[in-house]
Design a protein around this ligand. Structure first.
Ligand SMILES: *Cc1c(COP(=O)(O)O)cnc(C)c1O
Length: 345
């Protein structure tokens, strides 16, 4: 790869080891439950997180939607953050396809929802009210800068949910980044949640897929929801073989991306016209000042001519996001900084 692509960790390609595992994967018909590699991935992912069962799904959006449809019947309400992926970036799937009403609470700078606001949002028993059926958190919380939620906070939300006989779902697209940031195991970071989705194809580098985890009965129902959403796949062991490398091996190197994100944020401080806004896990947000030599569009166009891809953050002209991943080495960060200093000087 000659292009230094900092737009997202979704741009990563499968590693050479993944490609070779994919070529050799043992497969079967997963709609019959007969793909041994899929079964192994689902079991091993569940074990890692201390969950009973797992389900390979086509994407994070599909995994979240399946979880929502399975936890919450039509006409019920789901409590979620107003900056959550399920609210902002999933086409209101829960409402469009599930007849579920989201009840949004403000996401704080640290990615949390306030505990007393969650408590107050839970509906009492009243004929006029929809029934609250789920609380949903996002970890890491992407829109505020991929901020990791602590296991202690998650445990408090899980306890609160359970005191009200409600399940807790975590959209854990980047949950391994959160576990890495707190230096705890995958099971510890989800701290009592009832279901969780995570992406195999972001920083973990697999080509396709997410995993939904939960209790056995929940996953059995989720299996039906996956089918109606068109997510029943056949010889999906080809994908699952890359997923196994993602969870066992690629998850172990995310601290490098976090260290590189910190390094990038430090180096950006010396670039004229740039103000670093935040660095958490593998994300760096920076702001191109009004006083910068180039407009945001000129800046991204000229960087592209230097083979460096950076995207302005949707809805903010001057805000940029850089996401670190296994292609972005120290040398490449140095190359990015040199290019930025040249074009913004
Ligand atoms: C990427 C992501 C998802 C899922 O997105 P897909 O593109 O459908 O895989 C869900 N939640 C968060 C927080 C994400 O970052």
């Amino acid at each position: 790869m000659n292009v230094i692509d900092l737009r997202s960790d979704t741009v990563t390609h499968p590693t050479a080891e993944m490609r070779s595992a994919m070529a050799k994967a043992t497969v079967g018909d997963d709609v019959y439950g007969e793909d041994p590699t899929v079964n192994r991935l689902e079991t091993e992912a569940a074990e890692m997180f201390g969950m009973e069962a797992g389900l390979l799904v086509t994407s994070g959006t599909q995994g979240n939607l399946i979880a929502l449809l399975t936890h919450a019947p039509r006409g019920s309400e789901v409590i979620a953050g107003d900056k959550a992926h399920i609210i902002l970036y999933e086409q209101a799937g829960m409402s469009a396809l599930g007849g579920i009403m989201p009840r949004t609470l403000p996401v704080q700078e640290d990615g949390t929802l306030l505990l007393d606001e969650i408590e107050q949002a839970i509906r009492g028993d009243n004929e006029h009210f929809p029934r609250t059926k789920l609380i949903s958190l996002e970890n890491t919380q992407g829109t505020v800068g991929s901020v990791p939620l602590s296991p202690e906070y998650t445990r408090q939300v899980a306890d609160l949910a359970h005191n009200h006989h409600l399940p807790l779902h975590i959209d854990g697209a980047r949950i391994f980044n959160a576990a890495t940031a707190y230096n705890v195991s995958p099971a510890e970071i989800i701290a009592g949640a009832d279901s969780m989705t995570f992406c195999l194809s972001k920083g973990l580098g697999a080509p396709v897929g997410s995993i939904l985890l939960g209790k056995k009965e929940f996953i059995k129902e989720a299996h039906r929801a996956r089918k109606v959403l068109g997510g029943g796949m056949r010889q999906a062991g080809i994908l699952a073989s890359a997923g196994l490398i993602a969870i066992h091996k690629m998850s172990q190197r995310l601290h490098e991306d976090h260290a590189n994100a910190l390094y990038l944020s430090e180096m950006l401080k010396d670039v004229p016209g740039v103000r670093v806004m935040s660095q958490h896990t593998s994300f760096v947000f920076f702001w191109l000042e009004e006083t910068a030599k180039l407009s945001p569009l000129e800046f991204s166009t000229i960087m592209r001519e230097h083979n460096i891809l950076l995207s302005p953050y949707p809805g903010f002209e001057r805000k940029f996001r850089a996401v670190l991943h296994y292609w972005i080495t120290r040398e490449r960060i140095d190359a990015v900084i040199t290019a930025m200093k040249t074009v913004l000087r």
